[in-house]
Design a binder for this molecule. Structure first.
Ligand code: KIV
Length: 296
């Protein structure tokens, strides 16, 4: 058994205790069974079935195309691959526009998908939904800063700057204070952790120090209580390299190389080789040839 699997199963209270102990949380996206197994073996704390599945795996143009069916399907696969990590499933676009919708969608992710908790984007506008889910006993994670489901809309509202879409949040005092106020409201509504995406390091530090719950940053600097990355970025499957991510392996290049060699070997008759084939017993083959010869 890998060492990681002998560690206790990750829960919301375990993640909060990590913050209290000053230990960082490591989170990654996972969308399928094999990747979930690898994450678990590497003792990653949170396997996030993010709506980034849409652009990274399903070939969608945006996160807005991701449906609750997509997330349930991928959460099931991740659940089957994970024994230790906390399985966190994203509530996709339009699946939590009302309290009823949020409860229904979160219920599906927990009961059908096997998720341990759900994540939703937004601040004040999702407080009623958040409170209702928490009251129903569902562990909930918030998500502030850049919120891909609403593209520029939220950012526009958030920064209050007409005509501009500021991707990075918390760039001045007013933005940082607004972010902090939203973060506090979410904490009061009962979220047990908060994702901060594309936020200045200074603002993210302010929020992380002010909150009791852990913050998990992506493009939010070094002072968050944890980090999350899209696993495809980390493993080098993406065609673009983002400033917020670090490429730890170039598996995309390796895979392309391997696929091209395979094609060349098939074309050249090199694959399959002797080591890849199954033989008849020589005696059985001789008998077959004799029988065929007699029949002709
Ligand atoms: O969908 C996702 O992968 C996310 C992370 C970027 C935090 O929400």
């Amino acid at each position: 058994m890998p060492e990681s699997l002998s560690l206790p199963r990750v829960t919301a209270s375990y993640l909060c205790a990590k913050k209290a102990r000053g230990e960082k949380i490591a989170a990654l996206t996972a969308y399928d069974y094999p990747m979930a197994r690898l994450l678990d073996r590497a003792s990653i704390d949170i396997a996030l079935v993010g709506d980034s599945v849409g652009t990274n795996v399903l070939g969608y143009r945006s996160e807005q195309q991701v449906t609750i069916e997509d997330i349930v399907h991928h959460t099931r696969a991740v659940r089957r691959g994970v024994e230790r990590a906390f399985v966190l499933a994203d509530l996709p676009f339009l699946s939590y526009h009302s309290t009823e919708a949020a409860l229904l969608s979160a219920g599906r992710l927990i009961q059908e998908g096997g998720a341990d908790g759900v994540k939703l984007e937004g601040g004040t506008r999702v407080l009623p939904q958040t409170e209702a889910m928490v009251r129903a006993g569902i562990p909930v994670v918030g998500h502030l800063g850049f919120t891909p489901q609403s593209h520029g809309r939220d950012l526009y509202a958030f920064s209050g700057r007409r005509g501009t879409v500021a991707r990075v949040q918390g760039r001045d005092a007013a933005e940082a204070k607004l972010l902090l106020a939203e973060a506090r409201r979410l904490q009061d509504a009962g979220v047990f952790a908060l994702v901060l995406e594309m936020v200045t390091e200074e603002a993210a530090q302010l929020v992380s120090q002010a909150l009791e719950i852990p913050t998990i940053g992506i493009g939010a600097g070094r002072h968050c209580d944890g980090q999350v990355l899209i696993v495809h970025d980390l493993l080098g499957f993406s065609s673009v390299e983002l400033r917020l991510a670090k490429v730890y392996a170039r598996l995309g290049e390796e895979a392309t190389k391997a696929l091209s060699i395979y094609r060349e070997e098939v074309a050249g008759g090199i694959f399959p080789g002797e080591e890849n084939v199954f033989h008849m017993e020589p005696a059985a083959f001789a008998q077959l040839r004799e029988q065929l010869a007699a029949e002709n």
